[in-house]
Design a protein around this ligand. Sequence first.
Ligand SMILES: NC(=O)c1ccc[n+]([C@@H]2O[C@H](COP(=O)([O-])OP(=O)(O)OC[C@H]3O[C@@H](n4cnc5c(N)ncnc54)[C@H](OP(=O)(O)O)[C@@H]3O)[C@@H](O)[C@H]2O)c1
Length: 266
Amino acid sequence: MKNIIRLNNGVEMPMIGFGTYQMPPSITERCVSDALTIGYRHIDTAQCYGNEREVGLAVKKSGIRREDIFVTTKLWGCRGFKDTLSSIDTSLAKLDLGYIDLLLIHEPTGDYREIYRAMERAYQEGKLRAIGVANFLEEHFHRLLQSAKIVPAVDQIETHVFRQQGAMGKILKSCGTVHESWSPLAAGRENIFRHPTLSHIAEAHGKTAAQIALRFLYQKGIPVIPKSTHIERMKENLDILDFELSSDEMETIKSMDKGKSLFAWW
Ligand SMILES: NC(=O)c1ccc[n+]([C@@H]2O[C@H](COP(=O)([O-])OP(=O)(O)OC[C@H]3O[C@@H](n4cnc5c(N)ncnc54)[C@H](OP(=O)(O)O)[C@@H]3O)[C@@H](O)[C@H]2O)c1
């Protein structure tokens, strides 16, 4: 498998990205710079993280060509068509990177069909390379499809070894929408970094439990965006391409699915 996934409009997105949720603006530029230096080429931010400006600064100062870095951001609290167009322009100004690679609606609240219609307009104007959604489960996703002219390129949903989202993943696949994982390390919950099942498999491969959790999703074709403020962990989370989980190991991890959210959001 290549380290790239092709979206439904042909745009290529790196399979392993870098998350920035709960990363204070004061350290975001340093963390994103570290991530870019060690090889990440996909950064995930959002309006409500309050760190778009710092993400943009790190990208601009990296010396890496703009077209070689994939930046996602997410809309928050928009109130209809016009408001969304101006909100997109605000994100564009804060990031100051010329365009946004992937813009998502952060959650299915408000008049998300109108919000999406404005995103379609901005996409057609060349401000966005791809558009999609986050936290849209079956009901909201189908409702959006009824009015959307452009099928969402991505749905970013809670996905990790404890909530694998098999049914939703099948729906997204059948629509040509990429199923992307948020909190691929379960945000450290359920003792994931010392989980006996993951640790046992990790030992056999000379890897860590975190790497096994990420590799499981990667091997299923699900892009991941782990977050860390520590460069050693950033490296660890990127270093999942030189081994393969056997089908027995994949089955064992499959059985860890609890089928429900660890966060009680969506
Ligand atoms: N669309 C949405 O609604 C939504 C919701 C949640 C998250 N997201 C996105 O998904 C990204 C990832 O999710 P997340 O930040 O919630 O959680 P996560 O990436 O699953 O886990 C991050 C936590 O694990 C720790 N960690 C990371 N790598 C580690 C390693 N190798 N060993 C030990 N500890 C490690 C981090 O601590 P340190 O920082 O101290 O290393 C942090 O506490 C977010 O940053 C955000 O971009 C999107």
